[in-house]
Ligand binder design. Structure first.
Ligand code: BES
Ligand code: MN
Ligand code: ZN
Length: 496
């Protein structure tokens, strides 16, 4: 993948300097920006002529490629729509159009003039951070198991003219943050897109070691099944009983904060393939269950960004990695297992395996005396029924944490919606044969799954993100990298 770099600058004269492409954002029916006027003048009125011909009017979604002017080999006009309604939504649409149009050229570097862009509902740092993040995400290609992968994005270097020397430094910081978040999102997508025969628990453990190797502040520990057995993780181990792939409990410890500072702990569901086990899933779309490690992928992606930015926080990523398969030794419906917490669990459905691996990982998380614990899991089909793919389901045992995560989701456009965690639902999990059953019947499936986890997280502030709907798209098939945007936003807010 080409590394896309961003540089903030102040450029007084847009006709000076050389580049393969100059990108001009233009509003609909508004006088040209200073830079547009300079380039229009240097080109004998080419921009105004194109507009008079009606080829380009500055409407949102429009773009127009013109021949070069002065030192620029090309001139790309990109529509911003009505300046009175130019907001976050319009800015994202603008960046999408820009990415598509510039990628259709052969330009490997470009200069973008943003001095005329003022958002109704956000500052310029938001704009630059969002743009660099979006452009890095637009450069994502899945390459690993295809002989002739899609051509990479050609753009490798973007210079951004902020138009003001006072905003060059803050602009650079915003561009760097956005790019780092984009790379974290892409890393989550890469891991989740990998097939189950490549991305096994062992593969994930290797990835964690690679991350640690490249970062002096990060250490990785991998707990093997033997160690998990010693710790009493009978619930996690019951999920891996039917497969030949060894399960791994991966712990990534990032120490960017002060020694005594309580860590933010992220716990990811890492089911590298979910066949359902003995409670086998139907065949249709079963391939999509390779994405069942999307929560784990988001933990990797978030740590990728956190380490790249060197955030002054302590963050621990825990990934419960296992494959859920039927087999001679597999757990059967009706089996009772003992979790690390000591609670016994009646496994009524082996397809409700996510909560079984998570409960032990969540108990383990308590060892780190966490500030907060956030688990991320493609946990229930019921969450997809409730919220579709736009919102992640959010559950929390503390209102402040819930509010902060919701706000981080809005800010990063990686939104979540709060769901109830009321005790009223708990009795659906009653069992005659164990302390708790692993399913809660047909009603409120996403809620009862969260209620199951709540029984293991009473010692700390905890939130649960059900990303079954938001972690991937089904047409075209692909991982979204969510909720890396939300999580990194939340952590960055706590690092300032
Ligand atoms: N990984 C699935 C949840 C899932 C389903 C994610 C569809 C994305 C799309 C999870 O392990 C599962 O199988 N959940 C069951 C729970 C049920 C047996 C209580 C489900 O949702 O059907
Ligand atoms: Mn399942
Ligand atoms: Zn699953």
């Amino acid at each position: 993948m080409t590394a896309l770099t961003f540089t903030a600058r102040k450029i007084d004269d847009a006709t000076k300097g050389s580049s393969q492409c100059v990108i001009l954002p233009l509003y609909h029916r508004k006088k040209l920006s200073r830079e547009a006027q300079q380039l229009d003048g240097a080109s004998g009125g080419m921009i105004k002529k194109a507009m008079a011909l009606g080829d380009f009017s500055g409407k949102s979604g429009e773009s127009c490629l013109l021949p070069g002017v002065a030192g620029a080999k090309r001139l790309l006009l990109v529509g911003c729509g009505d300046p009175a309604t130019f907001d976050r939504v319009a800015a994202r649409e603008f960046t999408r159009t820009l990415a598509k149009a510039v990628n259709a050229t052969k330009a490997s570097d470009a200069v973008l003039h943003v001095s005329d862009l003022h958002l109704k509902d956000a500052n310029s740092a938001w704009l630059l951070e969002t743009m660099s993040r979006q452009l890095v995400c637009a450069a994502y290609r899945y390459t690993e198991t295809v002989s002739k992968p899609k051509a990479p994005m050609k753009l490798a270097k973007l210079i951004v003219n902020t138009g003001d020397s006072r905003t060059v430094r803050s602009g650079q910081k915003a561009l760097d943050r956005g790019a780092a978040v984009g790379r974290g999102i892409n890393e989550a997508r890469r891991l989740a897109d990998l097939p189950g025969n490549v991305c096994t628990p062992t593969y994930l453990a290797q990835q964690a070691r690679v991350l640690a190797k490249n970062n002096s502040k990060l250490t990785t520990t991998v707990l093997e099944e033997k160690k998990m057995r010693e710790l009493g993780m009978g619930s996690l181990l019951s999920v891996t009983a039917g497969t030949d792939q060894p399960a791994k409990l991966i712990v990534m410890n990032y120490k960017g904060g002060k020694a005594g500072q309580k860590p933010y702990v992220l716990v990811g569901k890492g089911i590298t393939f979910d066949s359902g086990g003995i409670s086998l899933k139907p065949g249709a779309k079963m391939d999509e269950m390779k994405f069942d490690m999307g929560g784990a992928a988001s933990v990797f992606g978030t740590l990728h960004t956190v380490t790249e930015l060197g955030l002054p926080l302590n963050v621990i990523g825990i990934v419960a990695a296992a494959e859920n398969m039927p087999g001679g030794g597999a757990t059967k419906p009706g089996d009772v297992v003992t979790s690390m917490s000591g609670k016994t669990i009646e496994v009524l459905n082996t397809d409700a395996e996510g909560r079984l691996v998570l409960c032990d990982a969540l108990t383990y998380a308590g060892r780190f005396k966490p500030q907060v614990v956030i688990d991320i899991a493609t946990l229930t089909g019921a969450c997809v029924v409730a919220l579709g793919s736009h919102a992640t389901g959010l559950y929390a045992n503390q209102d402040k944490l819930a509010e902060q995560l919701l706000a981080a989701g809005v800010e990063s456009h990686d939104r979540a919606w709060r769901m109830p965690l009321w005790d009223d639902y708990q009795k659906q999990l009653d069992s005659n044969y164990a302390d708790v059953a692993n399913i809660g019947g047909p009603g409120g499936g996403s809620v009862t799954a969260a209620c199951f986890l709540a029984r293991f997280t009473q010692d700390y502030h905890w939130a649960h993100l059900d990303i079954a709907g938001s972690a991937w798209d089904s047409s075209p098939k692909g991982a979204t990298g969510r909720p890396v945007g939300l999580l990194t936003q939340y952590l960055m807010q706590h690092a300032d």
